[in-house]
Ligand binder design. Structure first.
Ligand code: ADP
Ligand code: MG
Length: 654
């Protein structure tokens, strides 16, 4: 039995062992064919068991691994995490899961370890069994996913930033645009001319303050409306028509119009309009500026009126006047009186300079004028010598003011011809001299005459005696020389005579006719001729003897001025109410420089002359209240004696 029971025990043991063996084999088989890594470690982490896959994975043999800790195989960065995870193996649920990198034979790979503690009866940890799985692929996929997510997030972040930036920039651009629009509105509001712009449908898009004032409407009442809402029908019609024509013709439209304004006044204005186009939309519109020229028009009308008034005053003025440029002396205008005074025609003077026309007779006068007008801006009654068209120098009083014409400084001048006054003054001086000399002569004439009469008496007496023929001749000569001296004294005395001599109302023609034979004989003697041209003149108060003397003196001078054959003409004529006697010769004339000497006693240019002829004439003329005027040139000389009207003379009669 024992065998039996022993045999049974052995058998059962064998059975059990073989069963165990079989079990172990299966178990071995199971473990070895696992893909997972299986290890068993003690509480110090020393490897007690490693599966075949573990050895293969780490490329080490079982001997190399067992008894060593697994930790050195773990990636340094994951060691702490692993140790921490493994702490939970010492308390319920005595299990943990940790993911770590470990250095395999193929390099670093990820493993997910599920660890479980093996406990004794007292729940003390005996050892730890770990099952690890290579999760590198998953980890990599996860990493990729993470990276992809990160990349996505980055993209979203970037996009968000960009969007924010775009929104910010857009906001800024919008603000800038608004600022610009505000600025433009401010700008056009500060422009004093009314400005507007309308779209292609004729609706107002905008305008400035001045336009609001111009229309009498607020911006709200204008924008979005048509001209018909803003202006009266007549005005709007015309605007509408002009706008249409602008679209048709293009370019810039300028039109001038006069319309009643909303304030009731009539406004004259110019509108400038042009088409503008929006590039992006292709929309067109019109922009316009209005220039109110009512004030200017008014000023222009006023100016025209003033100019007309000035022109009338200027041209109808009896005083000679003219306008010339200050800079170059260019003559811009002269009036009729000026032309009459100078003898020029208008076209001969206009647009010529005063220098060119040789108007200034004295360059000092011109320099003085320029200096005064520049310093004092005006000149008043300066005595100046002007030259007229025929070259005669006339004395004038010159007054001038500076005026501005078309932004050019000009001289408005007026002149007064004082040549006659000057002549009269010198005449007066001459007469004064005559009077003085005359009265001196009267004083001494008798004193000279008395001894001369005595001498002549004795000579005459001596002639009648029986003296020698030769002495008689000498006596005769002495008597004739004394007679000549006496004649001179008589002539000289005539100068001092006052108008006490009796006068008669007589015709000048009669006096001339009476002495004609005498003077004709005289002329013929010198192989010359006298011709009479006696007009229908009225009688005047004259002293016949004196007038004869005057005529004789003038005719004699005329004859003496000529070389044969020459002719002296005696004319009488009426000039206004005056009787004029004229004696004209064809002689060589009188030098200009000598004219002022004429009539001065003893002034003569002749070898045999006494220089008393003209002095006597002036004296006689003076006694008849007559004046003498001389014109002379190289072709001859004319003496005019102007007798005053008879009525005046009669009243003055003594
Ligand atoms: P006289 O004849 O003795 O010289 P007058 O007094 O008559 O003196 O004249 C003065 C001067 O006036 C003359 O010497 C002459 O030079 C000038 N004169 C007068 N009449 C004429 C004349 N008709 N033509 C040119 N010279 C004249
Ligand atoms: Mg004479």
């Amino acid at each position: 039995m024992s065998a039996k029971p022993g045999k049974f025990r052995i058998e059962s043991r064998i059975k059990r062992i073989s069963k165990q063996h079989k079990y172990k084999e299966n178990y071995q088989l199971l473990i070895e064919n696992q893909n997972e890594l299986i290890v068993k470690v003690d509480i110090d982490g020393r490897l007690l068991f490693v599966s075949k896959t573990y050895c293969e994975t780490f490329g080490r043999t079982e001997e190399e691994l067992l008894g060593n800790t697994f930790m050195p195989l773990v990636h340094p960065e994951d060691r702490e995490k692993t140790a921490k995870a493994m702490e939970s193996l010492y308390q319920p649920p005595y299990a943990c899961y940790v993911e770590q990198r470990a250095l395999t034979k193929d390099g670093w790979r990820w493993f997910g370890w599920s660890d479980k503690s093996v406990l004794d009866q007292n729940n003390n940890v005996k050892s730890i069994i770990g099952v690890g799985r290579d999760i590198t692929d998953r980890k990599e996929a996860e990493e990729k996913l993470r990276q992809y997510q990160e990349h996505l997030e980055e993209m979203v972040r970037e996009r968000t930033i960009r969007l924010d930036q775009e929104i910010y920039e857009r906001k800024k651009a919008k603000e800038a645009l608004e600022r610009q629009l505000q600025f433009l509105q401010l700008l056009i509001d500060t422009i004093p001319s009314p400005i507007f712009y309308i779209d292609q449908n004729g609706l107002y898009e905008g305008c400035n303050k001045a336009y609001e004032e111009w229309t009498g409407k607020t911006r709200d009442q204008i924008i979005g409306k048509t001209v018909y809402d803003v202006f009266e029908r007549q005005v709007a019609d015309s605007y509408y028509k002009m706008d249409k024509s602008l679209y048709y013709k293009q370019g810039i439209q300028v039109f001038e119009a006069t319309f009643p304004h909303h304030d009731g006044s009539l406004r004259h204005f110019i509108t400038h309009k042009a088409i503008y186009q929006d590039e992006s939309t292709g929309w067109k519109g019109i922009v316009g500026v209005i220039l109110d020229i009512s004030q200017r028009k008014k000023a222009e009308t006023r100016l025209r009126y003033m100019e007309e008034k000035f022109a009338k005053c200027f041209h109808a003025n009896p005083n000679p006047m003219g306008i010339s440029k200050l800079g170059d002396g260019l003559i811009l205008d002269v009036n009729k009186s000026y032309l009459k005074l100078t003898g020029y025609k208008r076209k001969e003077l206009i647009n010529k300079t005063t220098l060119e026309m040789n108007i200034w007779a004295s360059s000092e006068d011109r320099a003085r004028f320029m200096k005064t007008i520049k310093e004092k801006k005006r000149i008043e009654n300066e005595e100046i010598l002007f030259r007229n068209k025929v070259g005669e120098v006339i004395t004038i009083l010159f007054s001038a003011e500076l005026i501005t014409i078309s932004e050019e400084i000009c001289v408005l001048f007026t002149v007064t011809d004082i040549t006659e006054r000057k002549q009269l003054e010198s005449e007066m001086r001459r007469l004064e001299r005559l009077g003085l000399i005359g009265s001196m002569a009267a004083g001494i004439a008798h004193e000279i005459r008395n001894p001369m009469t005595t001498v002549r008496g004795f000579l005459q007496l001596n002639m009648n005696r029986n003296t020698l023929e030769r002495d008689k001749e000498i006596n005769k000569l002495m008597i004739s020389e004394l007679d000549r001296a006496n004649k001179i004294i008589t002539d000289f005395l005539a100068l001092s005579k006052s108008s006490k001599e009796p006068k008669q109302l007589k015709s000048l023609n009669k006096v001339i006719n009476d002495i004609y034979p005498l003077i004709r004989a005289d002329a013929l003697n010198s192989h010359m001729d006298i011709c009479l041209d006696l007009g229908d003149v009225c009688e005047i108060w004259i002293n016949e003897a004196e007038i004869r003397q005057l005529i004789l003196n003038l005719v004699r001078n005329g004859l003496e001025a000529m070389t044969p054959p020459g002719q002296v003409k005696i004319r009488t004529l009426m000039k206004n109410t005056q009787v004029v006697l004229m004696v004209e010769d064809q002689g060589r004339g009188i030098d200009k420089e000598l004219v002022h000497m004429l009539g001065a006693p003893f002034f003569t240019t002749k070898a045999e002359g006494t220089g008393l002829g003209l002095a006597t004439c002036y004296s006689i003329a003076n006694q008849h209240n007559a004046t003498i005027e001389i014109t002379s040139c190289s072709e001859g000389t004319k003496f005019f004696v102007h007798f005053p009207p008879v009525i005046l003379h009669q009243d003055n009669r003594s």
